[in-house]
Write a protein that binds this ligand. Structure first.
Ligand SMILES: *[C@@H]1O[C@H](CO)[C@@H](O)[C@H](O)[C@H]1NC(C)=O
Ligand SMILES: *[C@@H]1O[C@H](CO)[C@@H](O)[C@H](O)[C@H]1NC(C)=O
Ligand SMILES: *[C@@H]1O[C@H](CO)[C@@H](O)[C@H](O)[C@H]1NC(C)=O
Ligand SMILES: *[C@@H]1O[C@H](CO)[C@@H](O)[C@H](O)[C@H]1NC(C)=O
Ligand SMILES: *[C@@H]1O[C@H](CO)[C@@H](O)[C@H](O)[C@H]1NC(C)=O
Ligand SMILES: *[C@@H]1O[C@H](CO)[C@@H](O)[C@H](O)[C@H]1NC(C)=O
Ligand SMILES: *[C@@H]1O[C@H](CO)[C@@H](O)[C@H](O)[C@H]1NC(C)=O
Length: 328
């Protein structure tokens, strides 16, 4: 009996190490709540403090912030800024992070994303948890240019984002902007078919991005890749099940008469489109300039897809039509 207990505890310790990054110090949000404010109900400040703990860790293995299955936190928009001292930052999310239930309860609404990571290198976000900012409350009442993205990575390098479920983003679910070397995998993203501008993943001005083995059900593009000023290249999308949604799209390119919107070296492999408006799609605006080069869609399954392959060089986003007519 005694021997059995010893063996059991050894197994637990080993599984911990495997799950949360080898040799990392484990941090919990609760530690930071006590430090900041006992009566706190908005956990944003605690997350802000925890981020400092992760980012400023000088030990070679860095730290892991762990949000366990039984933990749920409501958060206001937050920006997690680098550059960091630590080059090994791990955030394990097995619990739930939620946004305030109605837009009027959101503070800092000028922030373009709910959870924003900027200038961070070597970040791992992993886990079986859920990000739910309750975007459904935004869709009808707030115009899309004023709605936040759920999670964004801006000017980040060497990023791993794995395993999470994302529900009902106010706007696009994930934004990768100005990043190099990111792998997003095993994600489950969902919003209703009629939710407006709720793209799954937007990639802009980024290089060496992989999106693997994920399911995306939404009201707009499952993935959309644009160049921005500087271009996007080396994008690998493998094993994505899209639908409902508007497909996996290059573009729209050349919006607002851009002159150098370039996307090149894109491979979309072993993906399926089920009940989608489109499948393989390239869309460019009239008036803009740029290039979509070396784009390969391979081993694609299309089931009930409206336009399985569509290349549109005169794209017009209906939600912008009125603005266009009014010249604003
Ligand atoms: C993410 O966690 C799973 C176990 O939950 C583990 O198998 C995997 O290696 C982890 N990935 C990273 C990048 O930490
Ligand atoms: C760092 O992690 C390694 C395992 O990868 C471990 O052997 C080492 O003791 C850790 N270092 C510290 C300072 O915790
Ligand atoms: C703690 O939070 C409560 C509720 O938000 C607030 O009223 C109080 O002023 C805070 N106290 C400190 C020391 O920040
Ligand atoms: C969550 O579960 C852990 C054990 O896995 C326990 O120590 C902790 O107190 C629980 N937290 C809450 C908020 O129930
Ligand atoms: C890309 O990022 C991953 C994860 O941090 C890292 O293991 C890998 O070495 C990086 N690749 C390059 C070419 O830097
Ligand atoms: C894309 O990623 C898959 C899965 O990691 C890999 O097997 C494949 O070689 C990659 N393709 C390219 C062109 O990088
Ligand atoms: C083609 O894609 C399907 C998923 O849609 C996958 O199960 C299958 O293994 C892929 N075949 C090849 C040859 O890559």
């Amino acid at each position: 009996m005694k021997d059995f207990k010893t063996l059991f505890s050894v197994i637990i310790i080993i599984s911990y190490y495997l799950e949360y990054g080898e040799g990392q110090k484990i941090l919990s949000i609760k530690d930071f709540i006590l430090k900041t404010n006992h009566t706190i109900i908005d956990y944003s400040q605690a997350f802000h403090e925890a981020w400092k703990g992760l980012c400023e860790d000088e030990t070679p293995n860095g730290s892991a912030l762990v949000i366990r299955k039984n933990e749920t936190y409501t958060l206001q928009p937050l920006i997690f800024r680098g550059p960091c001292v630590s080059s090994k930052i791990h955030i394990q999310i097995d619990g739930k992070l939620e946004g305030p239930r109605k837009p009027i309860y959101w503070k800092n609404t000028e922030k373009k994303s709910w959870l924003g990571f900027r200038d961070v290198e070597g970040l791992v976000i992993n886990g079986s948890g859920v990000l739910n900012p309750h975007g459904e409350a935004w869709w009808k009442s707030v115009s899309h240019s004023k709605r936040p993205t759920t999670i964004s990575f801006e000017s980040c390098t060497d990023i791993i984002y794995n395993g999470l479920t994302q529900i009902n983003s106010p706007k696009n679910h994930i934004s990768i902007y100005g990043c190099t070397n990111a792998t997003l995998s095993n994600l489950d993203i969902s919003a209703p078919e009629d939710s407006p501008n709720t793209d799954g993943i937007n990639i802009c001005l980024s290089h060496k991005i992989q999106i693997l083995d994920s399911s995306i059900q939404t009201g707009d593009d499952c993935v959309a890749i644009t160049g921005g000023r500087g271009g996007s290249s080396d994008i690998n999308i493998t094993g994505v099940a899209c639908g409902p949604g508007h497909g996996i799209s290059i573009g729209s390119l050349g919006k607002d008469d851009e002159t150098d919107d370039i996307v090149e070296n894109v491979i979309v492999r072993s993906c399926s489109f089920t009940g989608t408006q489109n499948g393989a799609r390239i869309k460019t605006w009239q008036g803009g300039q740029g290039l979509a080069k070396n784009i390969l869609y391979e081993n694609i399954t299309l089931i009930d897809a409206g336009y399985p392959i569509i290349i549109n060089q005169h794209y017009f986003d209906k939600s912008n039509y009125l603005k266009y007519l009014l010249g604003i």
